[in-house]
Ligand binder design. Structure first.
Ligand code: SAH
Ligand code: SF4
Length: 413
């Protein structure tokens, strides 16, 4: 049972006010993953190293953690042998615990992960011909209740810390065997060793599209992505990172200024009535306000377009008129835009159906004819519930098992 007390969430859709950068551990040691170099230096100084030592050791340790992916202090060969146990007594090199790893028939992989205090969350890896995308979670659950989203039916449990966010990327590198050779990376090593190539990595892109609303956990997402982008850290270009928001308008400017990654916006509807229903945050930040914030997004240009996600819900938001209105709006705000059409991924109990393929095609054609690219996203990993918006953990899985049991009992009866 998780031992974190639930945080209070003011109002319906407001952010979680509690700022935490480290999850306390039962053994009192501090997990270094997720901390910037300066913070590691401070902690080393607080533990008794003199300032010069603290700085040097922080630099070395940082390199081992993020560049080499080691998970034991013992492997840090340029650190004095006597120093390594000293570090291990006080600090740990954490990874989210893997509860379950699943492989889809289409190559998609999903991991059910657990924080040190017992909360479960998920990450998904989607390999394509020319890239490999890791879909990273920012929260356990979500405070927003988009009607078509399975995660949205969970209560928010808590924000993930920077360590738990960057830890997902590190775990994926472990699993794919993508640390420079000589690392301690262990997960699935035998299975994946063969894929490792020194020139082309499998994990090339990151999307903040897992569980949660990243802009309601801004500081921690920023801290984690800084480590991902740091040249001494995981060294992934900001051009290969996309943050998806359901439209937290007041944080969008800071996202562009302070993080600088690509933006995706979950638009999903073009009228107030429909967007209010399917993305309730729209009642707070309406379509016009949202599109204006997109037009003002720092760094957006024709070379770096904003992605507008549009989930295709049968007889809800998928008519020809909706498609034409979408084009009109994107043009009105002069947005450097591309549209991503996502066929709705159904889940048990969902109130919507998936638009027919013909409808999706027609919608896509209209947007294309309007001069805006509108590819249809192929659902991936459906067989393991890894597709967009299907992420939802433990509680739901248990109740599904429960439902199966009940169904079996009903048949017997
Ligand atoms: N909270 C953020 C990011 C996570 S969701 C956001 O809402 O943008 C990633 C994308 O999947 C969003 O565009 C979301 O609207 C979409 N999505 C959610 N549930 C879905 C479902 N059942 N089928 C298809 N797309 C879904
Ligand atoms: Fe939260 Fe995004 Fe799902 Fe909406 S679509 S409930 S914001 S995770």
């Amino acid at each position: 049972m998780a031992d974190t007390t639930l945080m209070s969430i003011p109002g319906q859709v407001d952010p979680v006010p509690v700022a935490r950068d480290i999850t306390p551990r039962a053994d009192g040691r501090i997990d270094l993953i997720g901390l910037p170099k300066d913070r590691i230096r401070e902690l080393f100084a607080e533990a008794g190293l003199d300032p010069k030592q603290a700085k040097l050791r922080a630099k070395q340790v940082f390199h081992w953690l993020y560049h080499r992916g080691v998970t034991e202090f013992e492997a840090m060969t340029d650190i004095a042998k006597t120093m390594r146990p000293w570090l291990a007594e006080r600090f740990v090199i954490g990874r989210p615990e893997v509860v379950e790893a699943q492989h889809s028939t289409d190559g998609t992989r999903k991991w059910l992960l657990k924080t040190a205090d017992g909360h479960e969350f998920e990450m998904v890896f989607i390999p394509d011909a020319d890239r490999g995308t890791l879909c990273v979670s920012s929260q356990v659950g979500c405070t927003l209740n988009c009607r078509f989203c399975h995660t949205g039916t969970m209560k928010l449990v808590r924000n993930l810390t920077p360590g738990e966010i960057v830890g997902q990327v590190m775990l994926a590198r472990d699993a794919l065997g993508e640390w420079p050779k000589g690392s301690m990376a262990g997960l699935d090593e035998a299975e994946d060793e063969g894929h490792y190539t020194s020139d082309g990595r499998l994990l090339t892109n990151i999307v903040m599209m897992g569980m949660g609303e990243p802009l309601y956990n801004f500081d921690n997402v920023k801290g984690a992505l800084k480590l991902v982008m740091d040249g001494d850290g995981l060294a992934l270009s900001k051009r290969r990172i996309t943050l998806s928001t359901s439209g937290v308008v007041p944080m969008m400017d800071r996202c562009g200024e302070e993080i600088g990654v690509n933006l995706a916006v979950s638009l999903h509807a073009v009228t107030k009535e429909i967007r209010d229903e399917i993305v309730p945050l729209n009642k707070k930040y309406g379509i016009e306000e949202l599109l204006q914030a997109c037009a003002d997004y720092p760094g957006a240009s024709n070379a770096r377009r904003i992605t507008f996600e549009y989930v295709m819900l049968k007889d809800k938001n998928d008519t020809d008129e909706h498609a034409r209105e979408l084009v009109r709006l994107l043009k009105q705000y002069k947005l450097p835009a591309k549209v991503n059409l996502i066929p709705f991924n159904p889940w048990p109990g969902a109130a919507y159906d998936t638009s027919t393929p013909e409808r999706v095609k027609r919608f896509s054609d209209i947007v294309f004819e309007g001069g805006i690219s509108a590819p249809v996203r192929t659902p991936r990993g459906r067989d393991i519930d890894a597709a967009c918006g299907q992420l939802k953990t433990a509680a739901e899985k248990k109740s599904r098992a429960q439902r199966d049991r009940e169904a079996a009992e009903a048949i017997e009866a």
